[in-house]
Write a protein that binds this ligand. Sequence first.
Ligand code: LMR
Length: 345
Amino acid sequence: MRRFLSVSIISFIAIFIAACSGNNGSNETTSEGSGDSDTPIIIKFSHVTAIDSVKGQAAERFAELVEEKTNGKAKVEVYPSSQLYGDNDELDALISGNVHMIAPSVTKMVKLDPRWQYVDMPYLFEDQEHTRSFFESDIAQTILNSEQLASNDIMGLAFWENGFKHFMNNKHPLKDPSDFEGLKFRAQAGKVLEAQFEALGAGSATIAFGETYAALQQGTVDGTENTFNNIDTQKYQEVQEYLTISEHGRLDYAIFVNKSFWEGMPEDIRQQVEEALEEATELEWQLAADDNASSLENIKESGQVEVLELTEAEREAIQKALQPVYEEFTEVITEELIEGIRALK
Ligand code: LMR
């Protein structure tokens, strides 16, 4: 009997330890280190673009600034290029606390709140200044700190910029809505982008960013849309023949953190990390402007892609063809948000 009891107790302890240690996908929603320089707080920051992209460079600088400002008491580990998590799982990883910070293209937040697709509404933003006034507006803060995010243990800290998207494909030049007919494009996420391509008579498939180059190369899709900097740093010019400077929608980011993790950090360290983020954000905005411009030059100089500029009339015809997207989605995105953005022009 005694032997039976001791075996049972040992088995119970073994199962308990295994259950705890095998919990690899478990939450890490409290900061692990104590916040001194021997056991620093580790902030895992996952993103999907290349290290030399606008977002990649700003993330690296942010990590340096955190190290400097906290005197090594907090460290940011940056995981670029979907190394740790790709499009399909980085948000889930943030919610469960397996990473602490992400900077997704905001349309990918559609899973939690469909209003984030404001960014895809055709020709909603006039220029970079308009986008920045939105980032700094009260209306942007409401979506960044929404109840939908808080109830998933997430909070938004800042907007990061990328730029206007442009259409590419490997079949023929895209100048008129009729040129899109029958083509299939890669889309990031959500129903608005699906409707955008549909309005142009094209099909679309949601493909993770990390898998898009291969999908273009293998002909799974004929084309894609992205910013000059993403096109250039992903080398889409190698697998696409035509680029139309269409500026039909935006691709921008927001920085999201796991709320429990964030609030669990000692206040002084959190403040220093906030300061680092503010500086990194300023740099990111500058990089977005500079690097998108230099990426367009790189793309042109590569000689691999025919770059087309639209006349005013061609641009208007595309804009008109995309109008049904507003009829279908204004209610989802909300009139308040769309009109609020328009009012900032
Ligand atoms: C995309 O999927 O095209 C973008 O979201 C990638 C990025 O993060 O810029």
